[in-house]
Write a protein that binds this ligand. Sequence first.
Ligand code: DKA
Length: 134
Amino acid sequence: MVDKFVGTWKMTTSDNFDEYMKAIGVGFATRQVGNRTKPNLVVCVDEQGLICMKSQSTFKTTEIKFKLNEPFEETTADDRKTTTVMTIENGKLVQKQTWDGKESTIEREVSDGKLIAKCKMGDVVAVRTYVKEA
Ligand code: DKA
C-alpha cells in the first residue's frame, strides 16, 4: 500500500510554506530557516513492517516510525509534541497531527513520479513537491 512512497525524495518546490508555518505557530527565526531548507524525505519499510519516514536537512533531521491507523507521539521539526496518526485515504498517505487542541494534516500523494505534500492548517495550504533521487 505504501510501496509507491518508498524511496529517497528531494524537495524541489515549496509554495505558501511560510503561511503554513505561521498557522501552526512557528516563530520568525525558525520560519526563516524553514523557508530556506530543502529537505530530503526518505520513506522505507523496516524488517518488522514498520513504516519509517525521515526528513533530512541541514536544519534538522526528524524520523518517525509507525503502523498505519495506530496513534503515536511525534516530535516535529519545530518541536511540537503531537499525537499523530497515519492513514491511507484514496491512495494518499495522510498524517494527522493533534496538539494543544489544534489539528494539522499533511497529505502525501505520488503523481507523475513526483511526491506532492499538502500541508494543511485550517484554511491555509502549503504545497511541497519532491522528486525521486536516482
Ligand atoms: C514536508 O515537506 C512537510 C513538512 C512539515 C514541517 C512542519 C514544520 C517545519 C518547521 C521548520 O514533508
